[in-house]
Design a protein around this ligand. Structure first.
Ligand code: CP
Ligand code: NVA
Length: 303
């Protein structure tokens, strides 16, 4: 496994191995242990978009494993692919660092970095996908449910990058996902088809959030306005009315349903403050698990 760009390209046994390493490292670090497998290694972190969780958890993970990380804003290097071609950035960085992590608008930016880098490249979110998030989510679900296999996820909202990676993870790891979106904001047909080719009936789409949550184990939501879509904010907020995760929707689900959100959450829009703060919410464990999963990923890719 050289790069980590998309869940769909990652063999199932690798995904399961990453989950096992996450569990092992989480317990090790919880009792004050350390695994300094990345001593002398450096990760370059390129960010075209803002980040709290991804940036800090990757930086902490590198430090925890004995390595270090360098945060690079596009303006520091004259833009990714602007001052110089992406392929040159990839080859130059490969001479200095042991790994490159990138959060970009275009998915082709991370695939091009990977094509030309001689060190591992990690997708830290693109407009297309967010695989580190989805794997931390599966890790969180594995801590909550006896067996991730057969776990039902109702994703309420935009068929976006987060939904897409979760759909691939569901198909690969035996979960069942239903995506409830307003017309025009569904998960694309190709993603659903690919997921169902991996595992039949693993992902389906509906326009009815109430029906989606009836017998679900997990309700998951994300912002209606992803980074880069700010110009569509007003239209999206109107179009997503009726798709809020609120107490009324949660009431239709089983009483022990868990509520997840990749964060940041926009309270009063895709989810209410009441639901975020309710005992069913596991979103801060979910956020914490970004760190545990990424330690495992970095150990696997860079050590
Ligand atoms: N969930 C997530 O990726 O958060 P950040 O945008 O803060 O990194
Ligand atoms: N879908 C959101 C996820 C943020 C972590 C976005 O792309 O902005």
């Amino acid at each position: 496994m050289k790069h980590f760009l998309s869940i769909i390209d990652c063999p199932n046994d690798r995904l399961k191995e990453l989950l096992r390493i996450s569990t092992r490292l989480k317990s090790l670090y919880s009792v004050g242990g350390t695994d300094l497998c990345l001593q002398g290694k450096t990760l370059a972190m390129l960010f075209e978009k803002p980040s709290l969780r991804t940036r800090i958890s990757f930086q902490v993970a590198m430090t925890d494993l004995g390595g270090s990380a360098i945060y690079v804003k596009p303006e520091d290097i004259g833009g990714i692919g602007k001052r110089e071609p992406i392929k040159d950035i990839a080859r130059v960085l490969s001479r200095y660092v042991s790994g490159i992590m990138a959060r970009t608008f275009e998915h082709s930016t991370v695939t091009e970095l990977a094509e030309f880098a001689t060190v591992p490249v990690i997708n830290a979110l693109t407009d297309f996908s967010h695989p580190c998030q989805a794997m931390a989510d599966v890790f969180t679900i594995s801590e909550q449910c006896e067996d991730i296999k057969g776990t039902k996820i109702a994703f309420i909202g935009d068929g976006n990058n987060v939904a897409r990676s979760l759909a691939f993870a569901s198909a690969k790891l035996g979960m069942k996902m239903v995506v409830a979106s307003p017309a025009g904001y569904e998960l694309d047909a190709e993603t659903i088809e690919k997921a169902n080719q991996i595992s039949a009936d693993s992902v389906r789409q509906t326009n009815d959030p109430g029906a989606a949550v009836l017998d679900t184990d997990i309700i998951y939501t994300d912002t209606w306005v992803s980074m880069g879509q700010e110009d569509e904010k007003q239209k999206r907020q109107a179009d997503f009315a009726g798709f809020q995760v609120n107490a009324e929707l949660v009431k239709s689900a089983p009483a022990n349903v868990k509520i997840m959100h990749c964060l940041p959450a926009y309270r009063g829009l895709e989810i209410t403050d009441e639901v975020i703060e309710s005992p069913n919410s596991i979103m801060f464990d979910q956020a914490e698990n970004r760190l545990h999963f990424q330690r495992a990923l970095l150990k696997k890719l860079l050590s």
